[in-house]
Design a protein around this ligand. Structure first.
Ligand SMILES: NC(=O)c1ccc[n+]([C@@H]2O[C@H](COP(=O)([O-])OP(=O)(O)OC[C@H]3O[C@@H](n4cnc5c(N)ncnc54)[C@H](OP(=O)(O)O)[C@@H]3O)[C@@H](O)[C@H]2O)c1
Length: 288
């Protein structure tokens, strides 16, 4: 049973968090809390709602411009020790490279007021820069120095992963990519499974747009007494993917987390699988 924050109505009768094991031996929760486009003024109350609901994975990035507020918010809940939270940040594209990524890391760690970052990601491969292998070598050093617990990547395709692993011999713990029913990333997921890489889904709710209004999702949600967002998140969880929904609305923050205690029958999961159309919300990693 998950303890609920005293400010929130409870109790939450959810199973304990089904953490996934990463290839470096550390674990990562199955649902994380996204912070992109979260205005600085919304960070404190949103993270308080998230920690109260049970989230223990917080996804941030230098790009999001709210690391100071995120770093502060995760230390403010007396019920949740900092060491229980997996804090993620990402190195932005213009800070890649052997030396520059180390400087960027130090800046993020300082803004987050964190001696150790739990999960550090390369935000995009940016193949045109041709610096991601150099950046990765710095990440490996930071892990060896104990400044970072786990290292991974974001928006990497199979070819980028092959090169990274081929040239350094170090397999990322996670690859965080756009992933929702319209873009299930099956080829990439297969590669991840073969190499022990945890898949993290960004924009799992398709940024709250046409996916949640789609009649197929709405009917499945209604039939199974859950919300459209929960139906989508159950679909992620059923595949062993870490989903990172973002919301500044406390009721939605809880609603999304509560997907962890729900399930869908196989035919409904298959119906959601059939929605794939390959259309991205974000940019193609080869062109970014
Ligand atoms: N690595 C990358 O390149 C990358 C790129 C994009 C995102 N990300 C990460 O992934 C996280 C999630 O992606 P995202 O923020 O793009 O999109 P998302 O989580 O798919 O959708 C967020 C939007 O959906 C709304 N929403 C949330 N829960 C809802 C619910 N239960 N019912 C209806 N609407 C709901 C939110 O509104 P309110 O907030 O107004 O409630 C917000 O507008 C980001 O915050 C970030 O941490 C990473």
């Amino acid at each position: 049973m998950t303890e609920r924050h005293p400010d929130l109505p409870g109790p939450l009768d959810l199973p304990s968090l089904p953490d996934l094991r990463m290839n470096d031996g550390h674990t990562i929760p199955a649902i994380g809390f996204g912070t992109w486009k979260m205005p600085r003024g919304d960070v404190a109350h949103s993270i308080r709602a998230a920690l109260g609901a049970g989230y223990r994975l917080v996804d941030g990035a230098a790009l999001y411009g709210n690391e100071v507020e995120v770093g502060h918010a995760i230390t403010q809940d007396p019920e949740v020790p900092r060491e229980d939270i997996v804090l993620t940040t990402k190195i932005w594209n213009d800070r890649q490279g052997r030396e520059e990524s180390r400087i960027a890391f130090e800046e993020s760690a300082s803004r987050l007021n964190a001696g150790v970052i739990d999960l550090l990601l390369i935000h995009w491969p940016v193949p045109s820069l041709d610096l991601f292998v150099d950046t990765w070598r710095t990440f490996i050093e930071l892990r060896e120095e104990g400044r970072v617990r786990s290292i991974g990547v974001s928006n990497f395709g199979v070819a980028h992963l092959e090169r990274l692993i081929g040239e350094t011999g170090v397999v990322p713990a996670v690859n965080q990519v756009e992933l929702h029913p319209f873009l299930p990333q099956r080829e990439l997921q297969q590669y991840h499974a073969e190499h022990g890489i945890v898949t993290e889904a960004w924009s799992p709710l398709h940024q709250g747009t046409r996916l949640l209004l789609d009649s197929r999702i709405r009917q499945i949600a209604e039939r199974n007494s859950m919300t459209p967002a929960q139906a989508v998140l159950v679909w992620h969880l059923a595949q062993g993917i870490v989903a990172l929904p973002k919301s500044v609305t406390p009721a939605r923050v809880r609603e999304n987390y509560e997907a962890i205690g729900l399930s869908l029958p196989g035919e409904d999961l298959a119906a959601i699988d059939a929605m794939a159309d390959g259309l991205r919300r974000g940019q193609n990693p080869d062109e970014m």
